[in-house]
Design a protein around this ligand. Sequence first.
Ligand code: MN
Length: 419
Amino acid sequence: MFEVNNPDLTSWVDVPADSDFPIQNLPFGIFSTSERVLRPGVAIGDHVLDLTEVAALGLLDGLGCERLDFEATTLNAFIGRGKEATRAVRNRLGELLQAGATKLTVHANRVLVKQSDVTMHLPVQVGDYTDFYSSEDHARNVGKMFRDPENALLPNWKHMPVGYHGRASSIVVSGTPIRRPSGQTRPDDSAPPVFGPSRLLDFELEMAFVTHGGKPLGECISTAEADDFIFGLALFNDWSARDIQKWEYVPLGPFLGKSFGSSMSPWIVTLDALTPYRVSGPDQDPAILPYLEYEGQGHYDVELEVEIIPENGQGLTVCCSNFKHMYWNMRQQLAHHTVNGCNINAGDMMASGTISGPEKGSFGSMLEISWRGTQPVQMPDGSERKFILNGDTVRMTGFASKPGAPRIGFGSVDGKVLG
Ligand code: MN
């Protein structure tokens, strides 16, 4: 059987050496151009393969999808076909794009569009969004700052991947500006709260996975089954207004400090494309409950970076982290999410929580990088950042790479903060 993950495979479409999108990646997104209405596409090198046109040629028939899935304005219908069908489509696209294949080359002008000519859109209509809190370094840093440096983790943290239900409606695609939220804060603990624009606007470096349709309400997904329900991943910026969050979050958790916006990258990289980059996770001690145990390698080695780019200024990389730093992996998150019988739907999004590494340069939020504002970052233009200012663009990038394996990139998620 044809295997698109074969590292030796090359494409008849030109793929620059440093591209995020070699033939072994083939991430899915929704794009439009001045001539083409919103539709599914796949990134290959500097181009997008138009799946409406490929499907219209009959080349995606018989794989478990309908042609209408490839004429939709979101990927939900396609992702809802399940793991087997979406895997078959990715494999078929690899076959059609491999060097020497000719079925598409005669239609190249019809099926290929330059990425520079497209507008990318939100790839899925997110029905439900959950945010976890699964990086130990992040949880420890926050615990040290706000609670007890000696007992930074709360008692439940090493026993379950804690999370909360976030706001799906305000998830936006990369490039969408983020308006600084206003809200209620209490800057002075001895005075009444005040209302106004957040002064402590932050990013959170995260990755989010998108699910296939799950099981009916009342049933669970085990860690062994979890990969079959995960379609793919995107970069995710869980914007956070720290001052609003601090005043509102006890006892029911994040609310208006988070729900004003979250940004995702436009391309969903399939879990299959990341298979060569599976790695082992940390030893989990104390012992976890059996429903959270898993076999084999459940973590992924994806390098992540965050850059702050001031308006008309030079950018500065403020964080280099890695998805492998997670304490709880996606299998455990999904098993925990459904262990009470909670159902999931195609296009649901589950974010990792801020991904911090062990060293200072690997912290995934300004809260940690500036250590609650006590250690400002020096920007190339001489200005300082404790948190994000109006006019700043926050750019997150991510890719997996190693010798002998193709680079599997995520592109970027960009968001500019407006006042
Ligand atoms: Mn978060």
